[in-house]
Design a protein around this ligand. Structure first.
Ligand SMILES: NC(=O)C1=CN([C@@H]2O[C@H](COP(=O)(O)OP(=O)(O)OC[C@H]3O[C@@H](n4cnc5c(N)ncnc54)[C@H](O)[C@@H]3O)[C@@H](O)[C@H]2O)C=CC1
Ligand SMILES: CC(=O)C(=O)O
Ligand SMILES: [Mg+2]
Length: 372
């Protein structure tokens, strides 16, 4: 198969979808790998390293899309890329369709095959291609939150861990999955007083077992959220309903209940955000303030730590990329059921129900395309 790896063009997105090591594995299997000039630079991989691995370097993004049967990316295509996508081309990347209707419509129009990292799903319901970036973003969310709690950055001016004789800050985490768990470890390690809210009792039982004493769990419901936001210093949004738009657990009117200088880090912003007032921001302009509450809503947090993120992401994606390249998307999905829910859009039709529902668009069961 001919594989193209374009350079990411989203703001401060420094990750790349394939490392030279990954390129070597694909080339070894007889595939042709084309990498756009400087695509790996932000993650520390030179054009020469890819060439030494057997890949070829192309000068432009246009040339990379033009030649490829499968495009491997990190973030969703953005507007200037829409016109480069070809009918029948396989796009293997994050999409987060339910948060952005124009992207969904553009991919429907393109008649490409969109296989989304974030909805590839194992039999145990885990999301193997989301997990590594959720680990990164979860850990980062506390770093960012601690930073924006500083007074010069408009936060409350409170140190997460406090000091002897002074109480620590309170961290409220909505969603105790991968992001929430990693955030809790970091916040607890810094000495904060941490609460994780989830709707899954089973998950909270697990968290209660493994977390240190300064982390407690609480059922997520409107009553409890309204109560706990009054005293929280840092609130981290980490809920997910796979493939769907995130529920707004914190609504506009709740901001008035918070202390001035409270910091909200809505990691779930890539699925639309679980805080109503969160709108996607960039690493260049990461925050905005409403009602004296600092909002941090960067949709590609791991892009800022590419030396960690690219390796973590490609460790997970490469085995699937190899299956797709060796067999083509249809046979690969027929033989590996984990890939089936990854299929979101095929040949102009939405084949992932929650995405169609998010925009009231028509839905076709994916089986239409998987069956022989
Ligand atoms: N902004 C960024 O750069 C990044 C964002 N993310 C996003 O972070 C979000 C969380 O991802 P993961 O932790 O991997 O998901 P996950 O599936 O591991 O965890 C989600 C948790 O939310 C819980 N939940 C569902 N409804 C809830 C409710 N009403 N109240 C409280 N909890 C609820 C679930 O029970 C589950 O434990 C996703 O939207 C993901 O795409 C992930 C990586 C990077
Ligand atoms: C998952 C995601 O949105 C990211 O890694 O940027
Ligand atoms: Mg405990």
């Amino acid at each position: 198969m001919i594989i193209g790896v374009p350079k990411e063009i989203k703001n401060n997105e420094n990750r790349v979808a394939l490392t030279p090591a990954g390129a070597k594995e694909l080339v070894k299997r007889g595939h042709s790998v084309y990498v756009q000039h400087t695509a790996g630079e932000g993650s520390g991989f030179s054009d020469e390293a890819y060439e030494n691995a057997g890949a070829q370097i192309l000068p432009t993004i246009e040339a990379t899309y033009e030649i490829a049967e499968m495009i491997m990316k990190v973030k969703e295509p953005i507007e200037p890329e829409y016109k480069l996508i070809k009918e029948g081309q396989l796009l293997f990347t994050y999409f987060h369709f339910a948060s952005y209707e124009p992207l969904t419509k553009a991919m429907v129009e393109s008649k490409s095959v969109c296989l989304a990292y974030e909805t590839v799903e194992k039999a145990d319901r885990s999301l193997p291609l989301l997990v590594p970036m959720s680990e990164v973003a979860g850990r980062m969310s506390v770093q960012k939150g601690a930073n924006y709690l500083e007074k010069p950055l408009k936060g409350r001016g409170i140190l997460l861990g406090g000091v002897p004789g002074v109480l620590p800050a309170k961290v409220l985490i909505l969603g105790g999955g991968i992001v929430g768990t990693q955030a809790a470890w970091m916040a607890a390690g810094l000495g904060a007083d941490v609460i994780i809210m989830d709707v899954s009792l089973q998950r909270m039982r697990y968290l209660d077992d493994v977390m240190p004493a300064n982390v407690n769990t609480m059922m997520s419901n409107e009553y409890n959220i309204r109560e706990m936001i009054k005293s929280a210093d840092l609130i981290i949004g980490a809920v997910l309903i796979p493939g769907a738009k995130a529920p707004h657990l914190i609504t506009r009117d709740m901001l008035k209940e918070m202390k001035p200088g409270t910091v909200l880090v809505d990691v779930a912003v890539d699925q639309g955000g679980c805080i109503e007032t969160c709108k996607p921001t960039t690493h260049e302009n990461p925050t905005f303030i409403i009602d004296d509450v600092v909002h941090y809503c960067v949709a590609n947090m791991p892009g800022a730590v590419p030396y960690t993120s690219t390796l973590a992401l490609t460790n997970a994606t490469l085995p699937y990329a190899i299956q797709l390249a060796d067999k083509g998307w249809k046979k690969a999905a027929q033989e590996n059921p984990e890939l089936v829910p990854g299929l979101n859009v095929i040949n102009g039709e939405i084949v992932y129900k929650a995405v169609a529902e998010a925009f009231d668009l028509s839905y076709v069961p994916v089986e239409k395309y998987i069956a022989d």
